[in-house]
Design a protein around this ligand. Structure first.
Ligand SMILES: Cc1cc2nc3c(=O)[nH]c(=O)nc-3n(C[C@H](O)[C@H](O)[C@H](O)COP(=O)(O)O)c2cc1C
Length: 347
């Protein structure tokens, strides 16, 4: 869960002009109060700001990098009484980051505005400017203000290739960290495929379908940056709710598959010793795989298109090229998937 939040999170500086729902603000507040702090001293104090005139005032706290606060419907000033702890800076930084991650998990965008060590003017530090604007007690310091709101800009996640793996050493500086052996992942995927096969039993059609979807998912993964294990496990298990849906309701509508699939996927993956994060992500994918607006993630889009590439064979059978064009236009959600579908069904 945490990793998938981190994978998506980007700094958002443009916000929709709507207030953040109070329930979400409550959850943000609870999350930040759960921040760990050195020796549990909790030296921080937070000011939740939603008054537009105060936000406009805070937007002028320094020359660069704070204007976003004028547009943000919400900001949280992360402050501290430095007398409580000598590591208040670390504690406040952690709390600021927790706010970012909680915001991301609530579908909100956020951006850190650095206050400590910044200046409003030659005479006044940014921290003192905020203390004055928010009427903080004498001696308080301000680490950062986190601007928050519903995003009005979309930013792609940082691709894995851009991560600075050369900054990670193993045991001693300079001995580069190397990624775990990919063959370990392959043997795990093989056990997922076997568990899926066992679960479907004599239903060869479903087993073959899952393998074909996983095959297309692999092709798409070569061109689209996404987590390979999450995508492929979801590809093998996406229809795993069908037997239970048929048993309970006598049919396997998309909705009932989405409902019945996640608990079965969870049980299978727990049986294979999969980690909780992977289980959560896969269950989310299985639980949305018939809902076009399911999840905004590359793993979901690949699963969607891989499933479509298999299913479309039946849909386009006997149709004219013009009709097929129209079907493909509305069925695929990735450019790579669309190009693959054209090759399969139109050339
Ligand atoms: C300690 C810290 C201070 C930052 N200060 C500001 C700031 O004052 N204004 C701003 O717009 N962004 C600020 N940022 C956001 C960074 O510019 C941003 O995280 C970085 O460019 C990477 O982009 P990303 O968050 O989209 O991955 C700050 C981030 C950190 C961690």
């Amino acid at each position: 869960m945490l990793l998938s939040l981190l994978k998506k999170r980007r700094s958002i500086r443009k916000f929709q002009p709507v207030p953040v729902a109070v329930e979400k603000v409550d959850l943000l507040v609870e999350a930040m109060l759960r921040s760990p702090s050195s020796r549990g001293y909790n030296p921080w104090d937070f000011v939740v700001v939603n008054d537009p005139s105060l936000l406009a005032q805070l937007a002028r706290v320094k020359e660069h990098g704070s204007a976003l606060l004028e547009e943000a419907p919400l900001a949280i000033a992360v402050c501290a009484n430095p007398e409580i702890s000598d590591v208040w800076i670390e504690d406040c930084s952690i709390a600021s980051l927790i706010i970012h991650l909680a915001a991301e998990s609530l579908g909100l965008g956020s951006c850190w505005v650095q206050i400590r060590e910044r200046r409003y003017s030659k005479e006044l530090s940014s921290s003192d400017y905020v203390c004055k604007a928010l009427q903080l007690p004498e001696g308080f310091q301000v680490e950062a203000i986190v601007g928050i709101g519903y995003p009005a800009e979309k930013k792609p996640p940082h691709p894995r290739e851009s991560l600075l793996y050369d900054r990670v050493s193993c045991n001693r500086y300079g001995t580069r960290w190397t990624m775990a052996d990919p063959s370990r992942r392959e043997s795990f995927l093989e056990s997922v495929a076997l568990a899926m096969k066992d679960y479907f039993g004599a239903d060869d059609r479903r087993i073959e379908h899952a393998h074909r979807v996983a095959g297309y998912a692999r092709e798409l993964l070569a061109a689209i940056d996404a987590d390979e294990t999450e995508t492929l496990v979801a590809a093998y298990l996406h229809d795993i709710g069908i037997p239970e849906a048929e048993r309970k309701y006598g049919s396997c509508s998309g909705r009932s598959q989405e409902q019945e699939g996640p608990p079965v996927a969870r049980a299978l993956l727990e049986g294979l010793g999969a980690d909780e994060r992977l289980i959560e992500v896969v269950c989310e994918l299985v639980g949305c795989h018939h809902t076009p607006a399911g999840i905004d993630s590359p793993e979901f889009r690949i699963l969607w298109d891989a499933d479509a590439l298999v299913n479309l064979a039946e849909v386009v059978a006997g149709k004219s090229p013009e009709q097929i064009e129209r079907i493909l236009d509305t069925s695929l959600v990735t450019e790579t998937g669309y190009r693959r579908a054209r090759k399969l069904f139109l050339l």
